[in-house]
Design a protein around this ligand. Structure first.
Ligand code: F6R
Length: 615
């Protein structure tokens, strides 16, 4: 979490840093700060609040057009969000300035030692410890910043992406990463540093993504030097050509990124299967799967590790893999998996799902699986992300940047990728009849159009939202493939509107949650025609008899549920297995409108951040 930005070059640094911070605000937004070097002195401004609050304050405090600067937008870990704990942090001498994304786990003993040596701390952060540790090393050894950073980092335990500036040698910035992402944009006589490439895409399309354990000394008018922090060996950095464009990271006329991303789903699902799915020829081809087909086919089981919405996509995949490819699947919260003593064999295939490709728990689960000899396959959205690099092979979802903190298009594109993998394996194993295989391919190809149709439920979702926006609780029920959709619907509602919501398998109702039902309780039931329709109709009857208020997502033309439900939302028909791709759409819209009506910050819900790089 936290976003960091840095600039060194010939342009005015302040606007670049501020704009960059705004683009990185999805990573954290409880406080923000900026440092600009004016050629003589360090100008620092920081505040609790969002980047707009910083901007307001900085308009009075930062009056320089200096060409070197760093900035930070924070998601608090050590120390509450306030002005003092905001980054950048200064060293005791006032010469060194640091921004940091991550956690220094051994900050406490280091702090005690530094206090013994006379250092004074103003904030509660681990970052202030790090900058003073660097200063102490630099002072003792009388060395340049790069070397001091390296020595200091070899003493810390934890995760970091940092940028450090030294007033005594103001023509350079030192950046380093371990466990938190860091990209360096390379322009003509200028460098950009950022947590992802979005702050600098309009300036350069050349970027180096530092690997874990690497640091870069970035000097004006000099070639950047990258080396390993541990052994000092020089690295020849790989310069990537960026695929992102400006349009992708702007709102494009929508009020919120979340709404834009919901509406992008027809086109991004198409992008996900483009070149991979050839329905007419009966072919599914994904390089990462083809190259490792034997591993998948010989697997005793598939273990899926993920968090949050990605975990929900994993649950849908469990149903699909087991039904299509007859492979046993276990779906694990990465955060639980890594801390128990899971049984992992070299014949297991582990699939790690992550939109950001940076989630710390998922990353740790991957490392554990690799240590135990499993083959690890990544399903990530962010190209070049840590998880995509850590896994043995993988498939990108190609959903484009997802900026709204609540995940929407990532979910449907993850399911699309996982469905294609299951279909490919089913074909190789002969576990689906040829006619079913072809039917699913054709159906998958029609999904973007059906999602487009499902988006037409927007007005209906808005109407229903107006009725239920003040409900304190809400239940979501689904069965089979749509049980994970119920979980996802509930997560979307709670995270952006702060209404308590729970998802349940509909048949589990009678084992407890039914006690909650009364005339105040809205119950969203996902009841498409296919699957366990009759059973879910019975569940709806049970809610009705207890005066619950039913909002049902039904297949177009449905009459039976319509008679029982208070409100229905009609969606186009598709096969049971692919239905999550459609049923989830009105639930996303419902949560969105409820959150807007409750005047919640849809794109930046409280306490959350997009990329969870802490444990
Ligand atoms: C919910 C949401 C989170 C993420 C979770 C995993 O809307 O966005 O639950 O799904 O933090 O993130 P990734 O997929 O980036 O690993």
């Amino acid at each position: 979490m936290c976003g960091i930005v840095g600039y060194i070059g010939h342009r005015e640094a302040y606007p670049i840093v501020i704009k960059g911070l705004k683009r990185l605000e999805y990573r954290g937004y409880d406080s923000a700060g900026v440092m600009i070097y004016d050629g003589d002195a360090i100008k620092l401004c920081k505040t609790k609040g969002k980047v707009v609050d910083l901007e307001e304050r900085a308009s009075k405090e930062i009056t320089t057009n200096g060409t070197i600067g760093i900035g930070h937008t924070r998601w608090a870990t050590h120390g509450v969000p306030n002005d003092v704990n905001s980054h950048p942090h200064l060293s005791n001498s006032g010469d060194l300035v640091i921004i940091h994304n991550g956690i220094i786990e051994n900050y406490a003993p280091l702090k005690v030692e530094l206090i013994k040596r006379g250092y004074v701390f103003h904030s509660d952060t681990d970052t202030e410890v790090l900058v003073n540790l660097i200063e102490e090393v630099q002072k003792n050894e009388n060395i340049k910043l790069g070397k001091a950073v390296q020595i200091a980092l070899n003493q810390v335990v934890g995760a970091y992406a940092i940028a450090v500036f030294d007033k005594k040698n103001p023509n350079e910035i030192v950046a380093a990463r371990l466990g938190s992402p860091l990209a360096i944009g390379i322009g003509e006589g200028e460098y950009f540093i950022a947590s992802d490439a979005s702050p600098f895409i309009e300036y350069t399309s050349n970027a180096v993504y530092l690997e874990d354990g690497e640091m870069a000394v970035i000097r004006l008018h000099k070639k950047m030097k990258v080396r390993k922090i541990k052994d000092d060996s020089l690295v020849d950095p790989y310069i990537q050509e960026l695929q992102m464009n400006l349009e992708q990271i702007e709102k494009g006329g929508y009020d919120h990124f979340m709404l834009k991303e919901i509406y992008e789903q027809p086109s991004v699902i198409k992008d996900t299967y483009r070149g991979r799915l050839h329905a007419n020829e009966g072919i599914i081809q994904m390089a990462g799967v083809e190259d490792n087909l034997e591993k998948f086919l010989n697997a005793d089981r598939i273990i899926i590790v993920a968090c949050g919405t990605s975990w929900h996509a994993g649950l849908v995949a469990e149903y699909i893999f087991e039904e299509f490819a007859r492979i046993s699947v276990e779906v694990e919260y990465a955060s639980e998996f890594r801390y128990r003593n899971p049984i992992i064999n070299s014949n297991d295939v582990v699939i790690a799902i992550s939109q950001s490709g940076e989630t710390a728990d998922t990353m740790a689960a991957i490392k554990l699986a690799k240590e135990n000899g499993a083959f690890v396959f990544g399903v990530c959205n962010v190209v070049g992300s840590s998880i995509s690099r850590e896994t043995h092979a993988g498939a990108y979802t190609h959903a484009g940047p997802e900026i709204g903190v609540a995940s929407t298009k990532a979910f449907t594109t993850q399911i699309t990728v996982l469905t294609m993998i299951a279909l490919r394996l089913a074909k190789a194993k002969g576990t689906l009849s040829l006619s079913d295989f072809h039917m699913y391919l054709q159906e998958l190809e029609l999904i973007p159009e059906k999602v487009r149709e499902a988006l037409e439920t927007n007005d209906r979702a808005k109407e229903i939202a107006a009725t239920f926006k003040d409900a304190p609780n809400c239940l979501y029920l689904g069965r089979g493939y749509n049980f994970p959709v119920a979980l996802e619907g509930a997560l979307k509602l709670k995270e952006i509107s702060y209404i308590h919501a729970e998802g349940y398998p509909a048949a589990e109702m009678k084992h407890g949650p039914i006690a909650l039902i009364d005339e105040q309780m809205p119950v969203v039931v996902i009841a498409p025609k296919q699957g366990h329709y009759d059973k879910i109709v019975s569940n709806i009857q049970e809610i009705k008899s207890r005066s619950g208020r039913i909002i049902a997502v039904v297949t177009k033309g449905d009459t039976q549920v319509r008679e029982l439900a208070d409100y229905v939302i009609e969606i186009p028909e598709t096969s049971d297995a692919l239905s999550p791709l459609i049923t989830t759409i009105p639930l996303q819209l419902l949560s969105y409108h409820i959150a807007v009506m409750r005047e919640c910050n849809v794109d930046q819900p409280r306490n959350l951040a997009k990329s969870v790089t802490v444990e």
